[in-house]
Design a binder for this molecule. Structure first.
Ligand code: PEP
Ligand code: MG
Length: 883
C-alpha cells in the first residue's frame, strides 16, 4: 500500500478509479475500502468519497472539531462527484443529491446512522421534479430526507414524523403511503418542517453544504452512541479509531416502474446453496426493503421483470465472489433500467451454510483450502452447527402457534418476554427467555443478546432481527405473521392460542416454527462437508486440542469431535452415586488413619474401573488425571433432615455426624482445605488415587492398550507442596509396579492456578513434568473475584464498561495473561520443552485459544462440544500468526 499522505482526510472513488483500496480498511472503514475497491475493479458504483476513521478520531478527541484541511477536502470531494455524475450540489436545474453513511473497519449492521437525499431544499426539490419529470417522487424524497435528517442529525424521534403522516392519511381517508398524491406530499413536507422547527427551535437548514457538515458530524457522533458502544462490547470489537463517513451520489430506485432497489446474497445464507438469494422492490428506496414496510419480492422474480439487469447482477455477484474469495452481501439500485451496486461485504451466514460455502468454493476452484480455513468459517459458526435442534417428534400440529421465516437455525426454549430490558433482567437472574418483538431495531441488541432466541412478527430474511441473529448464531424466527403481538397486554396470539409474558415457548430457527411449551431438543448430525472442512482445519493447526472429560461417554464424544487426549479429568466427579458417595463420606468422617484407609480401599475399585473406561476411550492418546480438588464438605449434607438421613445410612449417631459436618465447614472454602492441601494432610487419598490410576493403566497395557497417564496435582502454590505430593505418587507407583510385577510410563505435573505458582514457576518446573493452566482459579485469585459470587456484580461491571468481558469466559490477557506468559517462560527456561497446556473454561473460547497459541502452549483443553471450535480457532491462530 502506498503511504497515505499526511493530512489526507478524504479519499475519492468513481467508476474505474479510486484513491484507496481494500487494504485500507482501518483507515477507510470496511464500507469505504470496499467502495474504493469496487470502483477500481470497474463495478457500477455511484461516485463518492470517504472521510477517514482518523478524522472521526480527531473529532471525538478534539471536542467536535474537524481536523485541519477536512473542510476544503470535503468540498473538493463534492466537486469530484459533480464532475462524474454531471450534476451540481444545490443546483436549481440538475441538483446532485448525496447519501451519507457510516462504516467502521468491522461491520456493525444497523448500528450507525445514515442520511439519504441530502441536498434537497425548496429549490432543488423543484429542479429534481422537473429533471425527472416526476414531482411526486421529488416531494416523496424531500419528506423522507427531512424525517431522516431530523431523526439522525437532530435526534427528533421518528414517531413524531410518523404521527404527522398518519394524521394526514387519516384526514385523507387512505391507508398506504403510496395513496398520498403530490399535493399531499407537499403538504407533508410543510408538516415535517413544522415538526422539525417545533422540536429544535430552528428552521430546517436549506444550505446543502450546511446539511452535509451536520450529517457528517452526526455520523462521527454515532460512533459513541450507546447502542454502538453496546454492540462493540457484545461483539468483542476493540481497538478501532472510529467510523469512516461515506458520501456518495444518490441514485434512485423510486423513479418509476423501471426502477428498483434490493439486497441480495451471492449464495443462500441459510442453506449455503449456490444461488442468488435476496429481495427487491420495484419503485422503492433502500429502507423500504430493510424496514419491512412493504413485503419485498424474491430476487428470482427480477428475472421476469428486468431480465437483462438480473443477468448483470448475477455476473457482478460472481465477479465479486472471485475477487473477494467470499460470499457477498450486495445492496443494489436500478435507476431507469441501469444497475448500480451500492455496497458489497462478506455476507453473514449460518454455521451450516458457512461450511457448505467454504467447501463448495474450494471445490469450484474459487479459493484454496487455506483461504477457506482462514476466512470463511468463524469458530462460533461451528458452535452453532453443533447446537441441538428441536425433536420434531415431540411437536404435535396443535402446539404449533405459527410458522415464520427460518432466519437463524438452532433450537431455543424459554419464557416469553416482550422487551429488551426484561430480557436482560431475566437473563441476569439466570432465566432463559425468548424475546418476542413486532420487529427489532438496533436499540434491542442488549435484549437480543441476552435472549436464547428471537421471534418477530414482521420483516424478512434481511430484517435487522434476522441479520443480527444469524451473525451471532442465535436461533431466530422472523416475520411470523401468523401471530399478533400486543405489547400493552404483554401477550401474543394466533387467534386460537394466546401466550402471555412468562409462558414457555420453543422456537426452531431452522424450520421457522413457533411452538407452545417447552420442547425436547436433540443433538445435531454433522454432514460430509463438515468432515471435509475439519480435515483441512487440522492441516493448518499445530497446537493440540484436548478435552475436559471425566466419564467414558464425554471422552468418546470428544474423541469423535477430534479431541487429542484428555487435558483434565476431574476425579471428584466420579464420587457421585449412592455407593460411592457413601464410601467417600466414610472416608471423610474417619477418625483414624486405619479407618480412612479402609474407606479409601472401598473407593479404589470404583475409581479404577472408571479410569479403565476413560483410558480405553482415549487409547493411544494422553490422559491427564487430576487428584482430588474440592473441599471435603462438598460431599456432606447441609440440611438438618439430610444430615439425619445420611447419619442413619452410615450407621452413626446423628449428633456425632452433625458435629463432624460443622467442624468441616469453612468460611472461605474456595481458599480453604482443598487441592493438594487435602493430599498433604491425608496422603492416603493421593495414594489411593495413584494406585487406581496406575493399576488401571498397567492392566490395560497388559490387554494390549496404549496408555500414558499424566497425574496432575491441583492448587499448588509452592515447589515444596508439589514435591511432597510427587514423592507420595512415586512411592505408590513403585509399590503398584512391585505388586503387579510390571511397570508403565507415567508423568507427574501440576496445575498452575494460583498466582504464586506462576511467580515461582521456574522452581516448580525443576520437578514438574508438565504445567496446565487452571485459568478458572487463576482468574478468581488474580482478580480476587469469587467464582461463586462474581455473578452478583459482573453484570453491572459489564454494563458500566468497568470490564469489557466476563473474565471467567474470555481470558483476561492484560492481567491473567501476564501470569500465563511468565509461568510458561520461567517453566521452559528451567526445563526446555516443558509441556504446557490450559484446562480452564477459556480453553474453548476462540480469543483465548488465539492467545494460548501465541504463548506457545502445546495444547488447549475444553468441553467436548467446544473441541471443534478450539480446533478451528487454533488453525486460524496459526494461519494469522507471525510467530
Ligand atoms: C481451573 O481452576 O481452571 C480448573 C480447571 O479447575 P477447576 O475448575 O476444577 O477448579
Ligand atoms: Mg481449579
Amino acid at each position: 500500500m502506498e503511504k497515505v499522505k499526511q493530512g489526507k482526510h478524504v479519499f475519492t472513488f468513481g467508476v474505474g478509479s479510486a484513491d484507496g483500496d481494500k487494504s485500507m480498511k482501518q483507515l477507510l472503514g470496511g464500507k469505504g475500502a470496499n467502495l474504493a475497491e469496487m470502483s477500481s475493479i470497474g463495478l457500477p458504483v455511484p461516485a463518492g468519497f470517504t472521510i477517514t476513521t482518523e478524522a472521526c478520531d480527531y473529532y471525538t478527541t478534539n471536542r467536535s472539531e474537524w481536523p485541519k484541511g477536512l473542510k476544503e477536502q470535503m468540498k473538493n470531494g463534492v466537486h469530484f462527484i459533480e464532475e462524474i455524475m454531471g450534476t451540481i450540489f444545490g443546483d436549481s436545474e440538475h441538483p446532485l443529491l448525496l447519501s451519507v453513511r457510516s462504516g467502521a473497519a468491522v461491520s456493525m449492521p444497523g448500528m450507525m446512522d445514515t442520511v439519504l437525499n441530502l441536498g434537497l431544499n425548496d429549490k432543488t426539490v423543484e429542479a429534481l421534479a422537473n429533471h425527472t419529470n416526476n414531482e411526486r417522487f421529488a416531494y416523496d424524497s424531500y419528506r423522507r430526507f427531512i424525517d431522516m435528517f431530523g431523526n439522525v442529525v437532530m435526534g427528533i424521534p421518528h414517531e413524531e414524523f410518523e404521527n404527522a403522516i398518519e394524521s394526514l392519511k387519516d384526514s385523507k381517508g387512505v391507508e398506504l403511503d403510496t395513496e398520498l398524491d403530490t399535493k399531499d406530499l407537499k403538504e407533508l413536507v410543510n408538516r415535517y418542517k413544522a415538526v422539525y422547527r417545533k422540536a429544535t427551535g430552528y428552521m430546517f437548514p436549506s444550505d446543502p453544504f450546511e446539511q452535509l457538515e451536520w450529517a457528517i458530524n452526526a455520523v462521527f457522533e454515532s460512533w459513541n452512541s450507546e447502542r454502538a458502544i453496546k454492540y462493540r462490547r457484545i461483539n468483542h470489537i476493540t481497538g478501532l479509531l472510529g467510523t469512516g463517513v461515506n458520501v456518495q451520489a444518490m441514485v434512485y430506485g423510486n423513479m418509476g416502474d423501471d426502477c428498483a432497489t434490493g439486497v441480495c446474497f451471492t449464495r443462500n445464507p441459510s442453506t449455503g446453496e449456490n444461488e442468488l438469494y435476496g429481495e427487491f422492490l420495484v419503485n422503492a428506496q433502500g429502507e423500504d426493503v430493510v424496514a419491512g414496510i412493504r413485503t419485498p419480492n424474491d430476487i428470482n422474480e427480477l428475472k421476469n421483470v428486468m431480465p437483462e439487469v438480473y443477468e448483470e447482477l448475477l455476473n457482478w455477484g460472481k465477479k465479486l465472489e472471485s475477487h473477494y474469495g467470499n460470499m457477498q452481501d450486495i445492496e443494489f439500485t436500478i435507476q431507469k433500467g441501469t444497475l448500480y451496486i451500492l455496497q458489497t461485504r462478506n455476507g453473514k451466514r449460518t454455521g451450516h451454510s458457512a461450511i457448505k460455502i467454504a467447501t463448495d468454493m474450494v471445490h469450484e476452484g474459487l479459493i484454496d483450502e487455506k483461504h477457506a480455513v482462514k476466512n470463511l468459517v468463524e469458530p462460533n459458526h461451528l458452535d452453532q452447527l453443533l447446537h441441538p435442534q428441536i425433536d420434531s417428534d415431540s411437536v404435535d400440529e396443535k402446539s404449533i402457534i405459527g410458522v415464520g421465516l427460518a432466519a437463524s437455525p438452532g433450537a431455543a426454549v424459554g419464557k416469553v418476554v416482550f422487551n429488551s430490558e426484561t430480557a436482560e433482567e431475566a437473563a441476569e437472574n439466570g432465566d432463559s427467555v425468548i424475546l418476542v418483538r413486532i420487529e427489532t431495531s438496533p436499540e434491542d441488541v442488549g435484549g437480543m443478546s441476552a435472549a436464547e432466541g428471537i421471534l418477530t412478527s414482521r420483516g424478512g430474511m434481511t430484517s435487522h432481527a434476522a441479520v443480527v441473529a444469524r451473525g451471532w448464531g442465535k436461533p431466530c424466527v422472523a416475520g411470523c405473521s401468523d401471530i399478533i403481538i400486543d405489547y400493552e397486554d404483554k401477550s401474543f396470539t394466533n387467534g386460537k392460542i394466546t401466550v402471555h409474558e412468562g409462558d414457555w415457548i420453543s422456537i426452531d430457527g431452522a424450520r421457522g416454527t413457533v411452538i407452545e411449551g417447552k420442547k425436547e431438543v436433540i443433538e445435531p448430525e454433522l454432514d460430509d462437508n463438515y468432515k471435509t472442512f475439519m480435515t483441512w482445519v487440522d492441516q493448518f493447526r499445530d497446537m493440540n486440542v484436548r478435552t475436559n472429560a471425566d466419564n467414558k461417554e464425554d471422552a468418546t464424544r470428544a474423541r469423535d469431535f477430534g479431541a487429542e487426549g484428555i487435558g483434565l479429568c476431574r476425579t471428584e466427579h466420579m464420587f457421585f452415586g449412592e455407593e460411592r458417595i457413601r464410601a467417600i463420606r466414610r472416608m471423610i468422617i474417619s477418625d483414624s488413619f486405619e479407618e480412612r484407609k479402609d474407606a479409601l480401599a472401598a473407593l479404589l475399585p470404583y475409581q479404577k474401573d472408571d479410569f479403565k473406561e476413560i483410558f480405553k476411550a482415549m487409547d493411544n492418546l494422553p490422559v491427564t488425571v487430576r487428584l482430588l480438588d474440592p473441599p471435603l464438605h462438598e460431599f456432606l449434607p447441609e440440611d438438618k433432615n439430610d444430615i439425619e438421613a445420611v447419619a442413619k445410612d452410615l450407621g452413626i449417631k446423628a449428633s456425632e455426624f452433625a458435629h463432624k459436618v460443622r467442624s468441616l465447614r469453612e468460611f472461605n472454602p474456595m481458599l480453604g482445605h482443598r487441592g493438594c492441601r487435602l493430599g498433604i494432610t491425608y496422603p492416603e487419598i493421593t495414594e489411593m488415587q495413584t494406585r487406581a490410576i496406575l493399576e488401571a493403566a498397567v492392566e490395560l497395557k497388559q490387554e494390549g492398550h496404549n496408555v500414558t497417564p499424566e497425574i496432575m496435582i491441583p492448587l499448588v502454590g509452592t515447589p515444596q507442596e508439589f514435591r511432597s505430593q510427587k514423592l507420595v505418587i512415586d512411592n505408590t507407583a513403585k509399590s503398584v509396579f512391585d505388586d503387579l510385577e510390571d511397570t508403565i510410563e507415567y508423568r507427574v505435573g501440576t496445575m498452575i492456578e494460583i498466582p504464586r505458582a506462576a511467580l515461582v514457576a521456574g522452581q516448580i518446573a525443576k520437578d514438574a513434568e508438565f504445567f496446565s493452566f487452571g485459568t478458572n482459579d487463576l482468574t478468581q485469585m488474580t482478580f480476587g473475584y469469587s467464582r461463586d459470587d462474581a455473578g452478583k456484580f459482573l453484570g453491572e461491571y459489564l454494563k458500566e464498561g468497568i470490564l469489557q468481558e466476563d473474565p471467567f469466559q474470555v481470558l483476561d490477557i492484560e492481567g491473567v495473561g501476564q501470569l500465563v506468559e511468565m509461568a510458561t517462560r520461567k517453566g521452559r527456561e528451567q526445563k526446555a520443552g516443558l509441556k504446557v497446556g490450559i484446562c480452564g473454561e477459556h480453553g474453548g473460547e476462540p480469543h483465548s485459544v488465539t492467545f494460548c497459541y501465541q504463548q506457545g502452549l502445546n495444547y488447549v483443553s475444553c468441553s467436548p462440544f467446544r473441541v471443534p471450535v478450539a480446533r478451528l480457532a487454533a488453525a486460524q491462530a496459526a494461519l494469522n500468526s507471525t510467530r
